[in-house]
Design a protein around this ligand. Structure first.
Ligand SMILES: *[C@@H]1O[C@H](CO)[C@@H](O)[C@H](O)[C@H]1NC(C)=O
Ligand SMILES: *[C@@H]1O[C@H](CO)[C@@H](O)[C@H](O)[C@H]1NC(C)=O
Ligand SMILES: *[C@@H]1O[C@H](CO)[C@@H](O)[C@H](O)[C@H]1NC(C)=O
Ligand SMILES: *[C@@H]1O[C@H](CO)[C@@H](O)[C@H](O)[C@H]1NC(C)=O
Length: 386
């Protein structure tokens, strides 16, 4: 591993330089910033999505809705006691807020997590990109005000490629140099119009309803090749992106646990003017290549469809499990089974990750302090669909 450090230090890389992003491993952190598993070999990730803070800020129920969301998050955090929190997009209902104080809602988004000093990071959703606010502004605010707990970065960007594409390593112990797992985060971009502050220019990424097909796949490939070179392996990967890939549509009808309220047509990446373009496939294919048929992509998890909280895998997804977050906010639309707000937990364990094919346990965790739909994602999961 000393070799790895030397390679990094001297900037030697095995792949050509790309202009839009760095050609060294971009997520390495030392000291107290280094995330590790606990003494029992566990690392629990809790993912909240679709918080929709700031919705109806000028009416009586608006602020109360946000209070309710914070209470829901607090109950779920108390019940799960996670090591890391992921805010998986639609942190703010950006079309309902004013540009001058829109980012102030982020303080409310993070508050229950910050009160417990839990490290966290974010992806951003279509409602975080409006005339009043955008992904880049949210990232800059988070970095400026939460630098001790936040891990959000922007390795690929800026617009129109999207802002929050990055990865965060978790090590078995402080002494380890090769991560036991990597959390990957991607920006599915897109834009929601409407703003009481009045009309403004429509941003160039307004119609880009998918992870950028030109730069991000190249970034994934470059980073995983560097990992293989420096670490002699590509660690198991947990992937977060707000809008689901279109492959989720194909898996939606499978008889899997969790809620299926938004089917049969989950709103997915790659659509333009209601026509599927296939432009999310370069991103998806980069994940499939990283997986390499070895099952190292543990899951790709999305929000966006509030009434979906299932996981599924099949040959149609190259065996990669696709999961949904459900609905953690009191803002945004509600479906029959998203009335009791929830987060999704991924319970990582070093023994599970060291299996021939790594596995991860996941479940939905509710504000009423119950859990359900616990499954183990791995080679045995939904094997009948492969
Ligand atoms: C907030 O939660 C309370 C208690 O569950 C509920 O009665 C109320 O309708 C909620 N209010 C809003 C605006 O969501
Ligand atoms: C932003 O300003 C509006 C209008 O003054 C106000 O209603 C709202 O509460 C403010 N939001 C935050 C998060 O400070
Ligand atoms: C989408 O449809 C609208 C209205 O039909 C049209 O004005 C617009 O140019 C279309 N956008 C693209 C990118 O094709
Ligand atoms: C808690 O919420 C879940 C999810 O909606 C529901 O299935 C369960 O019955 C609720 N349990 C209690 C004790 O309220």
């Amino acid at each position: 591993m000393i070799l790895g450090i030397l390679l990094l230090a001297s900037g030697v890389t095995a792949v050509p330089l790309a202009r839009s992003f760095s050609s060294t491993l971009s997520g390495i952190l030392g000291g107290s910033r280094k995330l590790t598993f606990d003494a029992q070999g566990n690392f629990k990730v809790l993912s909240f999505s679709d918080m929709h803070f700031g919705e109806g800020e000028n009416v009586v129920w608006g602020p109360q809705q946000d209070v309710n969301t914070s209470i829901a998050h607090t109950h779920i955090l108390e019940n799960e006691n996670p090591n890391y929190v992921v805010f998986n997009g639609d942190l703010v209902t950006g079309e309902n807020v004013y540009a001058f104080n829109a980012t102030k809602y982020l303080d409310q988004v993070y508050a229950p997590t910050v009160a417990r000093k839990i490290p966290f990071s974010s992806t951003h959703g279509n409602h975080d990109n409006t005339l009043a606010i955008n992904h880049q502004e949210e990232i800059e605010y988070e970095q400026a005000h939460y630098s001790t707990l936040s891990y959000t970065r922007s390795d690929v960007g800026p617009k129109p490629w999207g802002s929050g594409n990055y990865w965060v390593p978790v090590f078995a112990t402080k002494a380890d140099l090769v991560p036991a797992v990597i959390m990957w985060f991607f920006d599915s971009r897109s834009f929601v119009s409407g703003n009481p502050a009045g009309p403004g220019p429509i941003p160039p990424d307004a119609n880009f309803y998918w992870v950028d097909e030109n730069t991000v796949p190249q970034y994934i490939k470059q980073q995983r090749e560097l990992m293989a070179l420096v670490w002699k392996k590509v660690p198991p990967a947990l992937v977060f992106v707000h809008i689901p890939v279109q492959k989720a549509d194909i898996l939606a009808p499978l008889p899997s646990e969790g809620d299926h309220d938004d089917e049969p047509d989950p709103d997915t990446q790659g659509f333009l003017n209601n026509t599927y373009t296939g432009l999310d496939l370069p991103f998806w294919n980069a994940l499939v290549e990283m997986d390499g048929g070895k099952g190292i992509v543990l899951a790709v998890t999305s929000g966006h469809d509030h009434g979906e909280s299932w996981c599924a895998r099949a040959t149609a997804s190259s065996g990669i499990p696709i999961c949904f977050n459900g609905h953690s906010g009191y803002g945004g639309y509600v479906t029959e089974h998203s009335m009791v707000r929830n987060g999704r937990v991924f319970a990582l364990n070093l023994r599970d990750l060291a299996e021939k094919v790594p596995v991860v346990r996941t479940w939905n965790s509710y504000e009423n302090k119950t859990i359900n739909d616990e499954v183990v994602l791995g080679p045995e999961y939904m094997a009948q669909c492969n």
